[in-house]
Design a protein around this ligand. Structure first.
Ligand SMILES: O=C(CO)COP(=O)(O)O
Length: 251
């Protein structure tokens, strides 16, 4: 079953509007490789300018979070209605930094995943274990619980469209990346969870990325594994040359 590889940059809380558009000018035509889907997930403030800047390119734009309600008294929040209105295509949901610092739970991740589909956005749903969970041999269990909760109540068609990002927390921003074989094993286990929930056809279609200290010099190794369909990249997605190398490495 062939799945289109997807490289997504997660800029986190980096880049002003002018920095964001300058980045696109530099990567245009270069971070566009046939057979690889390229996504940039930026701060909310940069999204309108980015959507404009990537017009006529194959680069897609994503947000890094959203609220699950459409409107309401939720000071400081952004809804899927607003993102869709801007022309955004993707949204990261349940990043471990949101779970750790902003009280994101499996329940809100599930609500946001449903809301993303309601508004025609493709969710990139993040799962992954903490260091102590890994050391206790609980990696697959943690991923099973988080994946099951995130996808609860989706139709098979929606589940096949979700992008799952397996991001072991101990590997994020630490330079301590998971080995490609360990990441592939964890991702295979996640795929079998999807199979248990939605069947083999959906499991064969769903794209599962690895994230955590992915760099231009290790991306090809991950992509060479059977079940890794791309990468969600923080630090190494911020510099144009590095981002281009990541997309090229995913061929
Ligand atoms: O959290 C990540 C992407 O969402 C990974 O970040 P780094 O690539 O900086 O380790």
């Amino acid at each position: 079953m062939s799945r289109t590889p997807i490289i997504a940059g997660n800029w986190k809380m980096f880049k002003t509007v002018s920095e964001a558009t300058a980045f696109v000018s530099e990567v245009k035509g270069k971070a566009e490789v046939a057979g690889v889907e390229t996504v940039v997930c930026a701060p909310f403030t940069a999204l309108p300018a980015l959507v404009e800047a990537v017009k006529g390119t194959s680069i897609k734009i994503g947000a890094q979070n959203m609220h699950y309600e459409d409107n309401g008294a939720f000071t400081g929040e952004i809804s899927g209605v607003f993102l869709k209105d801007l022309g955004v295509d993707f949204v990261i949901i349940g990043h471990s930094e949101r779970r750790q610092y902003f009280a994101e739970t499996d329940e809100t991740v599930n609500k946001k995943t449903h809301a993303a589909f309601k508004h025609g956005l493709t969710p990139i749903v993040c799962v992954g274990e903490k260091l102590e969970e890994r050391e206790a041999g609980k990696t697959d269990e943690v991923n099973r619980v988080q994946t099951t909760a995130a996808l609860a109540g989706l139709t098979a068609e929606q589940a096949a469209e979700v992008v799952i990002a397996y991001e072991p927390i101990w590997a994020i921003g630490t330079g301590k990346s998971s080995t490609a074989t360990d990441a592939n094993d964890a991702i295979k286990a996640i795929r079998s969870v999807v199979e248990g929930l939605f069947g083999a056809e959906v499991a064969g279609k769903v794209r599962i990325q690895y994230g955590g200290s992915v760099k231009p010099n290790n991306v090809a190794e991950y992509m060479g594994e059977s079940d890794i369909d791309g990468a969600l990249v923080g630090g190494a997605s911020l510099e144009p040359a590095s981002f281009i190398a990541l997309v090229e490495g995913a061929k």
